[in-house]
Design a protein around this ligand. Structure first.
Ligand code: ADP
Ligand code: MG
Length: 340
């Protein structure tokens, strides 16, 4: 009925710096659905970082604590399909009514609403009704509201009413904990060396991280292969082959600071000294170019700036590279260092 997956719990969602804010906000919402300022709660982040898991965990926990509440999890895609069907069958009002009586509405992958104005319109009305009646709305998306495209302004402004919390790629320790937890739940033992090897090499997608460990388990139990580093290497290679190597924003800041012989903290500082401002703008430009991070996320990682500052930095670098020869050389040198 509620479409919730009981395996996606808070307990199974390992906490780390990369997800602490989103996880804690999710827990707060589950404790007091509709009763916090996190309404809507919007969880955003890249593929395989746990958005769907966390969205379900909220619903599962609410059903547990408040069995009388109606909780509904639905993907934005399925919601859109239902809406289109309702229009065809002439029961758009029934569709709207169905959603307006829900206590907790969870919409996964809201970026799917992009460009679909009819669905956005109906969702806008449902959202307003729920919100006015103190009902909880939870959304996930692959982007922060500021970076969403082809979503009507009035809907975007609603998305920003509550809290937008980002899921970032987990750090090494968190990746190890996720793997250990998975193995523990499956009752499988694996040498630390292997777990660490996998965690070290698969960085930006928890689904791939789990996929690699599942392959390893399958190899050892079905093919009776001993789990060695070499086997782990083969499997990890298969998983990372198609995902282009992504440089991290930390790495970019380090390379740019080294190049200009300054500390990362100087690059991030509030100073307006020209050469430092330029270094900071170059770091932002390369973060935009070489990572999938949103403008907002880049800004927050490079000295707590906002997305407009990052956008401005990217434009400035573009302009300067076409007008200033020395500056163009900086860009070329740094490109080489970063893509090596
Ligand atoms: P998304 O919806 O962001 O693409 P999912 O929620 O489908 O990602 O997560 C992908 C897989 O990774 C799922 O199996 C999920 O359980 C797992 N996962 C993601 N983050 C964590 C975490 N912090 N702890 C444990 N498992 C996680
Ligand atoms: Mg998902």
């Amino acid at each position: 009925e509620s479409q919730l997956n009981p395996n996606y719990t808070f307990e199974n969602f390992l906490e780390g710096d990369s997800n602490r804010l989103a996880r804690n906000a999710a827990i707060a919402v589950a404790n007091k659905p509709g009763g916090t300022s996190f309404n809507p709660l919007l969880i955003f982040g890249g593929v395989g970082l746990g958005k769907t898991h966390l969205a379900h965990a909220i619903g599962v926990d609410i059903k547990d604590k408040y069995p009388e509440k109606t909780v509904l999890y639905i993907s934005a895609e399925k919601f859109t399909q239902q809406y289109i069907d309702s229009v065809k069958k002439n029961n758009r009002n029934d569709f709207i009514h169905f959603y307006q009586i829900i206590d907790v509405l969870i919409i996964d992958d809201a970026q799917f609403f992009s460009g679909k104005s009819g669905t956005q319109d109906v969702f806008f009305h449902i959202f307003n009704h729920l919100h006015q009646n103190g009902k909880q709305v939870i959304l996930t998306s692959d982007k922060a509201p500021v970076d969403m495209q082809d979503i009507e302004q009035r809907l975007l402004s609603r998305f920003k009413w509550g809290l937008s919390a980002e899921l970032q790629s987990p750090d090494f320790e968190t990746r190890v904990s996720i793997l250990e937890n998975k193995l523990y739940r499956d009752g499988v033992e694996m040498p630390d060396e292997i777990i660490e090897y996998v965690a070290k090499h698969i960085k930006s997608n928890v689904r791939e991280l789990e996929g690699a460990i599942i392959s390893l388990i399958a190899q050892s139990s079905f093919n009776k292969k001993e789990i060695t580093i070499n086997l782990a290497k083969d499997i990890v290679e298969k998983f990372v082959k198609n995902t282009k190597r992504e440089v991290s924003i930390d790495y970019i800041q380090k390379v740019v600071s080294d190049y200009f012989q300054m500390d990362v903290s100087t690059l991030q500082s509030k100073t307006r000294k020209r050469h430092i401002v330029q270094a900071r703008q170059l770091a932002m430009f390369f973060a935009k170019k070489y990572t999938k991070a949103s403008l907002a996320s880049i800004g927050s990682q490079i000295g707590q700036r906002d997305h407009a500052t990052v956008l401005h930095a990217c434009k400035t670098v573009d302009n300067l590279s076409s007008t200033d020869k020395q500056f163009r050389k900086y860009v070329e040198d740094l490109s080489k260092k970063l893509t090596l």
